[in-house]
Design a protein around this ligand. Structure first.
Ligand code: SF4
Length: 392
């Protein structure tokens, strides 16, 4: 049971967002290191039982402003199980008037029937894993869908009255700058309200990372990747999509409210295999093993190790790191109320990245990444997490 104190308090203590993880995938893409389960579709029903058991143990109902069902491939769930999921969310996490309810979908497992069903059970947004419109890039990523399926999926979602967020990946082996430009222009022509553009990463232990280590696959040069990131920053705003986070762009007013809660370092519920949560000031993550998750959830056993609680300077550094992901950066009043610390006190220790032109003050006394800082966001993150608030 969640302690009573989290019913009252500020948004970094009382969650107003819930994440549900649906781990099932038809196959594993070469670059994927998410918590997923491949070829386990026969356990989907038991998984829904486990989700219901986990949510039931929390108590509630807990009113929230956003639902986000991610994966894995949530759109792989058959319709009766999607209905169960919608009913579970509505019962345990009732959505406020005008709330945002997103489900991740892949083009190959999403059609008109599912789109209308989702609308009927309370979802108003889908995040579609397009990744690329080039068959060569999809093959390099070992994505399961055909290039022409993506446009159809976006059209189906829009026709059903769902807002669409489209995911693209750049920096794919073999991809050229003009291929990436085609992907950007093509996605904008389909009319989603939100576009995420992620650089490909080679996570340790994934098939793609192994292929690069053996020399079978050649990663793109850092310069070409940087040019691709810059191209997205230059092109998308002209097509109507303002950049509001390192990898995210949206039409006016169509930011992801769910992700905004993460970047504000606010609390959120998380249920399901491998799901992370931040509740009552404590972070914890569920087991990433499907059988373990189902068994423990149904038996009422703990699903995660004891949570981690950051305090004082460490918590302030984490908040600054997350706030700086937003293009508007960190706001002094918001930062003070969230952390109890002055934003200005965090700055002297960041001299190195400021002098290198990666961070800049805003007119309202805030702090944000420069364009160069957006390109080198990982470098800034490392400095923020180790030096912010420390000596100059
Ligand atoms: S569809 Fe997504 S979650 Fe599933 S294997 Fe591919 S990248 Fe991973």
């Amino acid at each position: 049971m969640i302690p009573d104190r989290i019913f009252n308090g500020p948004p970094w203590i009382v969650p107003r967002a819930v994440y549900v993880h649906v781990p099932f995938c038809a196959h594993r893409c070469g670059y994927c290191d998410f918590a997923i389960a491949v070829g386990r579709e026969s356990e989907m029903g038991a998984y829904l039982d486990a989700l219901e058991a986990e949510a039931g143990r929390l108590g509630g109902p807990f009113p929230v402003d956003t639902w986000y069902v991610g994966g894995g491939t949530p759109s792989l769930l058959p319709e009766p199980l999607l209905e169960r999921l919608g009913a579970l969310l509505a019962r345990r996490f009732p959505l406020s008037e005008g709330g945002e309810a997103t489900l991740e979908a892949n083009p190959e497992s999403f059609g008109p029937q599912k789109a209308h069903l989702l609308r009927g059970i309370g979802f108003n947004r889908v995040s579609i894993g397009i990744q690329s419109f080039s068959q060569g890039s999809l093959d390099a990523l070992t994505r399961p869908h055909r290039a022409d399926a993506s446009a159809e999926a976006v059209e189906v979602a829009l026709n059903a009255g769902l807002a669409v967020s489209a995911d693209l990946i750049f920096g794919v082996p073999g991809q050229g700058l003009s291929d990436w430009e085609n992907d950007i222009r093509r996605v904008a022509s389909l009319g989603p309200s939100h576009v995420s553009a992620y650089g490909l990463t080679y996570e340790k232990g994934t098939p793609l990372e192994r292929l690069t280590r053996s020399g079978t696959v050649l990663p793109l040069s850092d310069d070409l990747e940087a040019a691709m990131y810059s191209l997205a920053m230059d092109l998308l705003p002209g097509l109507g999509y303002q950049q509001y986070e390192i990898s995210n762009y949206a039409l006016s007013g169509m930011w992801s409210r769910h992700n905004e809660a993460y970047w504000a370092n606010h609390a959120y519920f998380g249920i399901g295999m491998g799901a992370a949560r931040y509740v009552g000031g404590e972070r914890s993550t569920n087991t990433r093993d499907l059988s373990d998750y189902i068994r423990k959830a149904l038996a009422g056993e703990p699903l995660s190790r004891p949570g981690e609680r950051l305090e004082g300077l460490e918590a302030a550094r984490e908040t600054l790191y997350l706030n700086l992901r937003r293009t508007r950066g960190a706001d002094p009043a918001e930062f003070l109320s969230r952390t109890g610390m002055e934003l200005s006190a965090m700055v002297p220790g960041l001299g190195r990245v400021t002098r290198a032109g990666l961070l800049e003050p805003t007119v309202s006394g805030g702090l944000r990444l420069t364009r160069k800082g957006l390109l080198l966001a990982d470098t800034v993150a490392g400095e923020v997490l180790s030096r912010a608030g420390g000596p100059a």
